[in-house]
Design a protein around this ligand. Sequence first.
Ligand SMILES: [Zn+2]
Length: 304
Amino acid sequence: MSAPLLGVDLGGTSTKLLLGRPGPDGAEPLEQTQVPTPRGPGALDLLADRVQAFLAGRTVAAAGVTVPGLLDGDGVVTRSVNLPWLDGVAVGDVLGTALGVPVVAVHDGRAAARAEAVLGAGRGHADVYVLTLGTGIAGAQVIGGQVLAGAHLSAGEVGHVSQDDHGRLCSCGQRGCLETLVGAEHLARRWQEVLAAEGSTPQTAPTARDLVEAARAGHPGASAVLDQATTALARALLALLATVDPGLVVVGGGLGQAADVVVAPAVVKLTERATFHSVPPVVPSALGPWAGAWGAVLGAADQR
Ligand SMILES: [Zn+2]
């Protein structure tokens, strides 16, 4: 059997390392672990040391590394908000030299979406849309195992499609974006406002998870916030069906796990609103936090 592939999912605080072989049976890791992400000058050398310790002498055919930021055509990081020391660095080349194997750098969100479509919940489907609901909202259309990144590599910013010119200000500068209605930070803020209006002052800052729990417990204010959110999500999904007509929608991210109070109500509204649209199955993600590392493994597989 050929040597396995290494996936490195470089995150803001921790980095996931995964040794595996993508195959027809999907994602079965040989071994996986998590290490703190090194920071500052010399960080990639330190990361290479940690990877070597993980491999413990085992040979890999190739490796992939996800980058939380923008990459140019040569694999050089043009901008990483979370890891600014990566700016201007050809991460794949540097790690490849240190590890002695070909290493390809891939965009973290696109890599995770590709893995989810190819090895995870979308396995067996040729035309998958992966929607990730977190602090930000990202979408990726994956056709035949490849992410359609767009002419300027900026496709999939579904979180920044505005639904209301008079809505709340978004981090992107527009108003009323989907993210202001469904993004985790905005939901937390809206929940805080509900609590403040009730005269209640929680000891710690409320989170979107608290909101979900409160809605499950039957709090009408929490349910009202999520009702607005799931209506916005249904509208966004309807627009997706009209424009890209996917065969399957995979929903991931923290809020994607809240199937009962977020995803299922949104799908009900989507189905009610659909007219000419073909409503595909909407399913939860399968790879969870390891999707990025599997995406890096798929990038490595391309190198062989
Ligand atoms: Zn926006």
